[in-house]
Design a protein around this ligand. Structure first.
Ligand SMILES: [Mg+2]
Length: 439
């Protein structure tokens, strides 16, 4: 018998319907359910103040971890003030049910930004729990592996990229997205090194087995002069590092260019025109991705390979990118789009257009690991983005897995679920930004 969602009866006094609104039923519990008993979030301010770490505990004692990045306390508020009423006491393994329910509620208020980042952290933690219940890495549960290692490229950032010091307010060159500084000299200060010693950097990466590196040499003129114009001199200066690399090592290393969403169409076309002889593998976010028709124009007019991009957030938006022929490469951030669940859908969608998919990271260790699991099970996978300065630095303080890059690739994690645990000190109740919701 179908159960009504609403109990409607006549109000005996006023003669108007008395509507009792019941919650949409969560997925029924069954013998093999594990119930969510608590959700904890914390912000590791001394390590990575934009990062939100999550821990979901079940009545079986299994603990799953999740993460998202940017506006951490706002994402935490979405989880505790909004999602918890659905999740607490519910079956942790009914991932698609929870994802669909929460996404559809979020769609009522636009389903972007903070909302999807909060959902991402939950989705990762639930996949981590499912993997542990099954005793398998997540890529196994996605039908993988289709490869035993995932190729990476090195994004040439400094150790503190996206990780400003505690209490450091955003500044013109501070922690705003796409407005990082060149930084200080150091062994893996790859942004500094690209601008000062590009050939040495490229040779070092080639020697380590990397086949690709990504740089963002046009951020500074954009920050100074705005999005509408870039001078020929600034373009020439931005090209200098790549020109030196091509002169020294030819095409022995692929180079991608990230524009960090800074430029409008004429400036983007001027940059693309100058880059053509240097054969970058792709141009990423040189033009803003907020108008897909202009983006498709940019691709047609420039004739350059275009990557689109961690700034696109829903499967429907990626479908529009593909339909408008605005991309040659697809890039997904698993902790911005709503987690592993939609990342898999987006990757396969790109595959139906015979396009490769890569996963974004420059933000957090679980973002990188969840990307690895997706790519391990994705036939059309190309690269996992990595920042070696972060992997050798702050990631080691946050997770207990020592991620190794060898010959330009990362071997698949072997542990169940995500294959790592988050440092429990981050979840101490007196830690900054700690919140807990429980049954
Ligand atoms: Mg990017």
């Amino acid at each position: 018998m179908t159960r009504p969602l609403f109990n409607i009866s006549a109000d005996e006094h006023a003669g108007v319907p008395n509507v009792t609104h019941r919650h949409l039923p969560a997925t029924p519990l069954s013998d093999d359910s594990v119930r969510i008993v608590s959700i904890e979030t914390a912000i590791p301010t001394s390590m990575a103040p934009h990062l939100l770490m999550m821990r979901i505990t079940t009545d079986a004692g299994i603990v799953g971890h999740g993460e998202t990045f940017f506006c951490a306390s706002a994402a935490a508020a979405m989880v505790h003030d909004y999602f918890a009423t659905r999740l607490l006491g519910a079956d942790a393994l009914a991932i698609e049910s929870h994802w669909r329910f929460l996404y559809e509620r979020l769609a009522n208020i636009g389903a972007r930004g903070t909302e999807l980042r909060a959902l991402s952290a939950v989705d990762l933690a639930l996949w981590d729990i499912l993997g542990q219940v099954c005793g398998k890495p997540i890529y196994r549960l996605l039908g993988g592996p289709v490869r035993d290692r995932v190729k990476v490229y090195n994004s040439c950032a400094n150790p503190t990229y996206s990780m400003p010091k505690q209490n450091q307010p955003p500044s013109k060159f501070g922690s705003w997205p796409g407005m990082g500084s060149i930084g200080q000299p150091g062994p893996v200060s790859d942004s500094y090194n690209y601008f000062h010693n590009p050939v040495e950097l490229a040779k070092e990466l080639i020697g380590l087995g990397y086949e690709a590196m990504k740089v963002w040499p046009f951020d500074y003129p954009a920050i100074q002069d705005g999005p509408t114009y870039i001078s020929a001199g600034d373009v020439r200066q931005g090209l200098r590092g790549l020109e030196k690399i091509r002169e020294a090592v030819g095409m022995d290393i692929e180079v991608m260019i990230d524009g960090h969403m800074h430029f409008g169409l004429p400036a983007a076309l001027r940059i693309a025109d100058a880059l053509r002889p240097l054969k970058p593998l792709w141009l990423e976010d040189v033009l803003k991705t907020d108008n897909l028709d202009t983006l498709a124009d940019f691709r047609r007019q420039s004739g350059m390979p275009i990557s689109v991009s961690e700034s696109v957030l829903t499967t429907a938006d990626f479908a529009a990118v593909l339909e408008k022929r605005a991309a040659d490469y697809i890039m997904v951030d698993p902790t911005w789009v709503g987690g592993i669940s939609p990342s898999v859908r987006m990757g396969h969608l790109a595959g139906t257009y015979n396009l490769p998919v890569s996963m974004h990271d420059a933000t957090g260790p679980l973002t990188m690991l969840s990307g690895l699991h997706v790519l391990a099970a994705m036939p059309n996978a190309l690269y996992q983005e990595t920042v070696r300065a972060q992997i050798r630095g702050v990631y080691r303080d946050i997770i207990d897995l020592d991620v190794k890059i060898a010959d330009g690739a990362i071997a698949l994690p072997r542990g169940a679920g995500l294959g790592t645990k988050v440092n429990p000190d981050i979840f101490k109740p007196d830690a900054p930004g700690y919140r807990k919701s429980s049954v």
